[in-house]
Design a protein around this ligand. Structure first.
Ligand code: ZN
Length: 640
């Protein structure tokens, strides 16, 4: 049901909820001074630049420039709307949201996603009912029992069964008067070729509902009971279901992942159920897709050790290469994915013996053997080295092929120390001279460097030289320091952090002299909002005032870029007092006086006095000055 949320409720939520609390659900945060820092969930990085301020209740990433308050964080991170974010936080803190009617337009916008969740939820009930209360369901139940699944696991994961009829689900929804077009959007039914009606997508299949971390049903997977094909069928992607960003079982695994700091990643539904049933609850499964960079970013918020579980060397090698691929692609984009670097995400490959999948392995050997095997699971690079040695042997011929197969992998490690350690390890493993391996790796590196140069040139990327991926952050960090002048940024920063100064800024018309239009408009917004805050400013403690101020403003800004700029300027650690503020204002006025704000005053006076001749002369002068200023600015930038 769609509801509108009152200002009162929103402010109650703001006063209760804590941004550190909310963000910690998704990002591992560590205390750093007055703030908390962690690895940014919105871009790939190795050193934490994602900063959360508990005082100001805002976040900002110094790497990619994303910033906002707790609502904008949830909206961006979970891909949800503002009302959804509000509801999520309200639910968490037990704040009730009184129902209020929406306008027709709001209703339409809001209701599409909610309707899809609703359809999915109804379908889940339908499938469950078939599994537990029909003769077809009994057959499916017998199959699940044969596979060793206990009823509590079946219930915990809400398994169901799709009956064999072609339109059982279609009729179920027709009876409930749900429009078929909506059900089609959910992917549960498919339009017939002749456009004359619909049929059920899932028939004769065990149904695995897929939940997001908010416990909403986003899609379904279906598995046949026999050997017919396709063995697995999944919902298509919809407005609420994105395969490369969803992981099966994460809703039940995330708590354990956080507790243990590690996560097992399996490939199939049944493997995942088996892992959970054996008490290995920090497990998730990919949904018919290979592991993606988004998956890794998502999981990074819960665990810093990932163990990918496979049933054969071949599958393991494919996955390991894929991880390096992710790394490589991100690297070319100057966004570093440290998927296999020990100091960040420690990624391991666990290949179970004798072609066992997790399900059969656990049935035969039990959970303890599984944990022991996991403890010995090698990292990605070591795994690839071991596999290559196993494959080619260490004859002279074999050694040549091993080095040739691994040179790309080794070159993809962009940490020089780690790379040389692995090169040394490989050289020792196959007893050849280290410099021989090094030479092969260098060849790849030189080629890589040239490729990146070429790509940058064709993309017009501002970094002309490849200086290693750490460069990437610097390139993007520039964005905030490139906006306006240092003084103008400081003034906005002061306005955000010391709102007591707002009346003074207003009185002096300080913003009129701003050259940067974006900063000027942000400043004007702050002045407009001033009235709203003043009563609260006077009545609360200084830190509470800070918190209300910066975070509150975020709620009122729709533009992502501007939100980022505000977060950047609000989160810097400055200690403002009246005296410091007045000094800054004086400094700014001084600089403007020099560069012609007295000219502006003269122009205004000439306007008031209707002195046309003087006015024309002054305007001409102003134009000249503007050109000079612009040139000066360019010179300053060039000289940096
Ligand atoms: Zn970022």
């Amino acid at each position: 049901m769609a509801t509108i949320i009152s200002e009162n409720t929103i402010s109650e939520i703001k006063n209760t909820a804590d941004i550190v609390d909310i963000v910690s659900e998704f990002v591992l945060l560590k205390k750093a001074g007055r703030n908390f820092v962690g690895l940014c969930p919105f871009h790939s990085e190795k050193t934490p630049s994602f900063t959360v301020s508990p005082e100001k209740q805002i976040f900002y990433c110094f790497g990619c420039g994303v910033g906002g308050n707790l609502f904008s964080f949830l909206m961006k991170h979970n891909g949800i709307s503002f009302p959804e974010a509000v509801k999520m936080i309200a639910g968490r803190y037990g704040i009730e949201i009184p129902d209020q009617k929406l306008s027709p337009i709001q209703e339409k916008r809001m209701s599409e996603r909610e309707s899809l969740f609703d359809v999915n939820r109804k379908a889940l009930d339908f499938f469950r009912n078939v599994l537990f209360n029909s003769s077809e369901g009994k057959r499916a139940m017998a199959y699940l029992e044969k596979r060793g699944l206990e009823e509590k696991t079946i219930c915990r994961f809400n398994l169901g069964y799709a009956p064999s009829g072609w339109d059982t689900l279609v009729h179920f929804f027709l009876k409930k008067q749900v429009p078929p077009e909506l059900i089609e959007k959910s992917g549960l039914i498919v339009s017939k070729k002749n456009k004359n009606g619909f049929y059920d997508r899932f028939r004769n299949r065990i149904i695995f509902p897929i939940f997001d971390v908010n416990m909403q049903v986003i899609g379904f997977g279906g598995r046949v009971l026999d050997d017919s094909l396709p063995k697995y069928l999944n919902s298509p992607e919809t407005d609420v279901y994105n395969k490369s960003r969803s992981l099966y079982g994460l809703h039940l695994a995330r708590q354990k992942c956080r507790e243990t700091g590690s996560v097992f990643i399996a490939e199939g539904y049944l493997d995942l159920l088996s892992l959970h049933q054996h008490g290995i609850e920090n497990s998730v499964a990919t949904l018919g897709t290979a592991l993606t960079a988004d998956h890794i970013r998502l999981l990074k918020g819960y665990a810093d050790r990932m163990i990918l579980v496979y049933d054969s060397d071949q599958a393991g090698i494919r996955a390991a290469r894929r991880c390096i691929d992710i790394f490589w692609k991100e690297h070319v984009n100057f966004r570093k994915e440290d998927v296999f670097r020990k100091e960040n995400v420690d990624t391991r490959i666990l290949v179970l013996t004798d072609g066992h999948d997790p399900d059969s392995y656990l049935l035969e050997f039990g959970a303890e053997a599984f944990f022991n095997a996991a403890k010995k699971a090698p990292g990605i690079i070591s795994f690839l080295m071991e596999s290559a040695i196993k494959k080619y042997g260490i004859s002279v011929e074999g050694k040549i092929r091993i080095v040739s197969e691994l040179k790309e992998t080794l070159a993809a490690i962009d940490d020089g120390v780690a790379r040389s350690l692995y090169i040394k390890e490989l050289a020792e493993l196959i007893s050849i001279d280290e410099s021989a391996v090094l030479e092969k790796v260098r060849e790849v590196l030189v080629k890589k460097k040239n490729d990146i140069r070429r790509i940058n040139r064709s993309n017009g990327f501002p970094c002309p030289n490849f200086k290693g991926p750490d460069n990437s952050n610097k390139c993007r960090e520039k964005t905030i320091s490139e906006i306006g002048s240092r003084l103008e940024r400081q003034i906005i920063s002061m306005m955000l952090q010391f709102p007591e100064i707002l009346p003074e800024i207003d009185r002096r018309n300080l913003l009129d002299n701003f050259e940067d239009q974006l900063l000027k408009s942000i400043g004007q917004t702050l002045l407009t909002l001033k009235g709203n805050f003043q009563s609260r400013v006077l009545s609360t403690q200084p830190t509470a005032r800070d918190c209300v101020h910066a975070s509150e403003i975020m709620s009122r800004i729709d533009d992502k870029e501007i939100r980022g700029i505000i977060a950047a300027l609000a989160i810097t650690e400055n200690f403002w007092d009246n005296e410091g503020c007045m000094k800054l204002i004086a400094q700014f006025e001084d600089s403007r006086n020099r560069s012609g704000s007295d000219l502006l005053r003269k122009i205004k006076a000439a306007e008031a006095a209707n002195d046309h001749e003087l006015l024309m002369r002054l305007l001409e002068e102003k134009q000249k000055l503007a050109v000079i200023n612009k040139q000066q600015k360019l010179n300053q930038r060039g000289g940096k």
